[in-house]
Design a protein around this ligand. Sequence first.
Ligand SMILES: Cc1cc2nc3c(=O)[nH]c(=O)nc-3n(C[C@H](O)[C@H](O)[C@H](O)COP(=O)(O)OP(=O)(O)OC[C@H]3O[C@@H](n4cnc5c(N)ncnc54)[C@H](O)[C@@H]3O)c2cc1C
Length: 404
Amino acid sequence: MLVSKGPLARCGATPMAGADFTLDGLSLSRMGFPGEPKDTKGKFFNDIVTQGFYLNNQKLVEQYIGSAPARLKELLEWGMKVDSSEERAIFTSGLGLVDTVCRRAKTCGVDFLEDVMVLDLVIQGGRVVGALGLDIPTGEFIRFRSRAVIIATGGWHKAFWPNTGMRDLSGEGIAMAHRAGAEIGNMEFITFCCNILLWPPIWRGSLATYILSLRIDAELTNSAGEVFLKKYDPFVVKWGTYMEWNKGFVSFASTREIRDGKGSPHGGVYFGLGSTPYETFEKIALGRFPGWKYKALDLSEMPKIFKEGKAVEVGPVVEYFDGGIVVNEKFETAVEGLYAAGECTLGPFGANRVERTRKRPPCPSFPCRSSVICREKPKKPWDERMARNRRKSGGRSRRWPIRI
Ligand SMILES: Cc1cc2nc3c(=O)[nH]c(=O)nc-3n(C[C@H](O)[C@H](O)[C@H](O)COP(=O)(O)OP(=O)(O)OC[C@H]3O[C@@H](n4cnc5c(N)ncnc54)[C@H](O)[C@@H]3O)c2cc1C
């Protein structure tokens, strides 16, 4: 049983993601993609650990690198489409990933329960034996009985405003694990993505300008018109704008301007085309945002702004979390019967997620698409009651039958 607070294709961070699946280049080349035959699992391990500032759970890194080729093979067998690939990554879409995993789960007999918010875990004799949920449309409470619960509730974006995530991500999975006695760690490692659109409100939180900044020589200025990255040592700028570190460094530099009173009216800095000719911008932007649309957002006003030589307001905005529930390589927490996976865990990335390639700044992946899952199918009498409920609803099994 998979329980999700919102409709699966419209909640959580996964539909918002790029989305890339990273693995070592050698394994990728052996799977028929160009990859990078000179790459090794060891080099990939080294990159993850150094870029995570040595604060990674190295057993999870090992497990991730070791199992990534098999996981990718599985996803491809299940029908996941690949849009493009790089030396250490293949690209699909967040929605494509959700769709592939959900279709597979359905064929395995997993029941889906959407619009139900899990409020807390039920503990008996020191082990997790179920959970208590709230049916959002009806306001009814639902009691789940299960032998195990896997929490996969993603990040806690809602604690920040603005944010780049969906508004259902408020971190209660981490909180309930903590209340149950699980260990929590690395909660301070929060990635703020730089160059996120802040104005107008309809664009607020969109990564469109961050994506553009990876492809054009954009220029960031403060309210005094200063190109503020020039204040830093060129060595720092070179490395600070390279790889996933760009998010930390540019966010830091932008925040400094804002705190010094040199921000834009809506709390950011200015993002302009700099030395990039408008025609080049238009070509690159339209290649990435066909019809000036990005993730259902209408960006058609943006070319007008840049054509007039103006800038848009951008700033650092929370994107994802590297800390959370502490798990081992089997995704077990310290509490019997309680497992956790995905962004709500203290995953393999330490203080910073890793690059997927040496050529361009990255967004690597470790998504675990799900929310709260009762791991093993409960035995009778719940199966019988579930079957009865299915018959009643004409074959659809949307509601778990156990009510308290
Ligand atoms: C804008 C954006 C772009 C990104 N781009 C990339 C990228 O290009 N590459 C990349 O690798 N990563 C990217 N990331 C990060 C990546 O998307 C996430 O780390 C990953 O998708 C998390 O997957 P998950 O399954 O752990 O959680 P989510 O996909 O967030 O799913 C969590 C689920 O839990 C449910 N839930 C939460 N609380 C409850 C509750 N109490 N009861 C029931 N259900 C609950 C939610 O409704 C949701 O369905 C991006 C993130 C954002 C926000």
